[in-house]
Design a protein around this ligand. Sequence first.
Ligand SMILES: C[S@@+](CC[C@H](N)C(=O)[O-])C[C@H]1O[C@@H](n2cnc3c(N)ncnc32)[C@H](O)[C@@H]1O
Length: 275
Amino acid sequence: MEGVGIDKNSDYRTNIIGAGEVGCASSIDMDKQFVYKTNCFFWDTKGNDVLGAISLPFYGAFVSEEKCQLFGDISGKKMLEIGCGTGHSLQYQGERKASELWGMDISEKQIEKAKQHLTACGLSAKLICCPMEEECGIPVDYFDFVYSIYAIGWTTDLEGTFCRIASYLKKDGAFIFSWSHPIHKCVVAENNILAFKKCYFDESWYSVSLDEGALTLSDRKLSTYVNALAKAGFVIEQMIEQSDDEIMQSRDDNSDFSQKAKMLPITFVVKARKL
Ligand SMILES: C[S@@+](CC[C@H](N)C(=O)[O-])C[C@H]1O[C@@H](n2cnc3c(N)ncnc32)[C@H](O)[C@@H]1O
C-alpha cells in the first residue's frame, strides 16, 4: 500500500487519506448504522494514533487560517464545531475570544479528550456526543459560525447534514469547512509521475484498513458539495483549493505527498453564508 499522506514520523501528520489507501479499499453498500459503528470505533480507539488531528489554524496540510482569514474577528461570536475531535480548534476559537464554544462529535473518546484539553486550557465548552446526521439538541437560529475541520466528509447524508447546519445558524451566519479535495483521493504520486488510481465520479462507499483499524467513507465530487450547499440554502462566498507556498517551503520536505501538493489540491475549504 502506498502511504500517500500517512506520515507517522512527522510533527505535522497530515490526517489525510490518499489515493494510495483508497486504491486498496473494498467497496461496500452504505448502511448508516454500520458506518456509525465502524467510524466511531475507529475514532474511539486508533483514530488519533493513525491520522493525528488537523486543527485550526490549519484547515489541512498546507492551508492555514492565518493566511486565509475566513473567520475574521470572532470576538463575542457563538461558535459550533461539527466533528470537534480533541478540541484543539475550539481552543483556537476560545483564545480569540469567542463568546460561546460548542462542539459535537460521534466519538465519546474524542469528546472526553476535548473536555480534558479545554479544561486544561481554562476554557469551557458545551460538548455533545452525537452523529452529525442526527437531531442532538443543538439550538436552532443560534450560532454566528458553524465550522468543521476535516470532519464533514464522514457524514452518511451530506444534504441532510448541511440542512441541519443551516438550521443551527442565525440568518447571515457563516458555515466554514475543510475536507480532502476529491482529486487528491484519485491520484497517486509514483516515481515522480502522478497517476489516476480511482475514478473521480465514483462516489460509492468503501472500507479501508489502516494500522489494524478500519474506516468507512465515500469520496464525493466537488459539485456534490456545491449542490448540497445550495439545496440547504447557502450561498458560497469563498472557496480555497490552493496549497500555501510558504507552508510548503517552510516544511522543506521532498516527499511524494509534498510533490503532489505542488501539482494539485490536497484540501478544499468553503466559506458559505446562510441566506
Ligand atoms: C479528523 S477528526 C477532526 C479533528 C478536529 N478538527 C480536531 O481539531 O481535533 C474527525 C472527527 O470527526 C468525527 N466524526 C466522524 N464521523 C462523524 C459523524 N458522523 N458525526 C460526528 N462526528 C463524526 C470523528 O470522531 C473525529 O473526531
